[in-house]
Ligand binder design. Sequence first.
Ligand code: ZN
Length: 477
Amino acid sequence: MFKLISFVPVWVLLTVSCLAQTPSWSDDLLNRYDRYRESAIQDRRFKHAEMEPLILSLARKPGFEVRERGQSIEGRPIYVVRYGTGPVKVLLWSQMHGDESTATMALFDLFKFLQGNDEFNNLRALFREQLSLYFIPMLNPDGAELYQRRNAIDIDINRDALRLQTPEGALLKKIRDEIDADWGFNLHDQSKYNAVGPTSGEATFSFLAPAFDSAKSVNEKRKNAMQMVVVLNRWLQQYIPGQVARFDDAFEPRAFGDNMQRWGTRTILIECGGLEGDPEKQKIRKLHFNLLLVAFESIARQSYETYSIQSYQDLFYNDRHLMDLLIRDARLVENGKSYIVDLGFNRNENPYNSSRNYYYQSMISDIGDLSTSNAYEELGASGYTLEPGKLYPTVLTGLSSLKQMNFSDLHRQGYTDVRVQSVPNKSDVDELPFRLYSAKAKAPDNAIRLGENPSFFLVKGGKRAYVVVNGFLYKVE
Ligand SMILES: [Zn+2]
């Protein structure tokens, strides 16, 4: 398309380049997202058995080709979904790491979009005519089964690009070679604790055009990958300003992204991080769905070629200085002496139900001067003193009897811990402002120590104003 521009008027060129920055269809598409959202997948910890029927049903849809191309170590089929018959080959693979499923969710939304028949038909026709899209959703189904990074024999597939000992990694290489992919999208999730450089913004997306040698040389294809990152970043900045970073660009000789680039595929790593108020990453999924359409359009129209790679190089790197909760400048009293400290909590996921679900178990991840850290939730606690929570003297029958009591009264009296005759599942109480113990349990000391999970109050003027239980902050009413 841009090859035609040399003889069109300047105003057309400007219009076209604006469209290239901000696809005119993307707001409309986000507004109509519910039409395309794959409702069979609602959260991050779905398994191969939940995903497989969705893939198999695509085989009956016009325009799609679905083939089982290999199996994981434990024998789970790995499928390649193809859409379009255009000259430019684009390969996308998700969930090479079993616990990184956001992109897989986005791919299923994308499949529903591609099946649609509505005002976006021009976009679908453009993709079909210009592109051949090859998708490998959930490359590591055995890892997904346990919701773990590595495969069934504990190999990190992303360090197997040279040896190709894992069937999953070997399959990815085989598909790449077979189609001689022009573009590769390596789809991952990263820690929610990554921020955008020194800023307080969470790195909701991080990108990388991986290096193909240790000198981090830039050839034409890597340059194209960098230009694509610029396209994607510009689009995302409209929706999550200040929340896009760059992944560590050191050359990793064993990784797939780096080797894909070396094998001649323009490769882009996309990492989904955290987003405030989106623990199941459903908002990120929605952005990711649209982001891939932006990428496809840019490839189909070659609009990426107009961008300078300087904007890529200007992106901040990931900087891991986020926490879930940060309490600043509180007074800690120990043995009659007082200290001003910041307290950082991380809320860790403890799996249950064969890793299909989880509950939060929090811990103090750092203590001291945390002025260079940020958190999803912060409280300035200057003038407040930390006071450990107390054990309620009476043993209650269970959770329901606690729920009949007045939480505020209990908190005002300094109680955070309660003994019960029948102890509920941790998954039922992980976001309750009390911790429950068995009838014979000793009183927890709730010491403010690194790695511990104390319950405590923030007290000012003799009044208990806030309470922290299991790393969650509550106001005492
Ligand atoms: Zn990963």
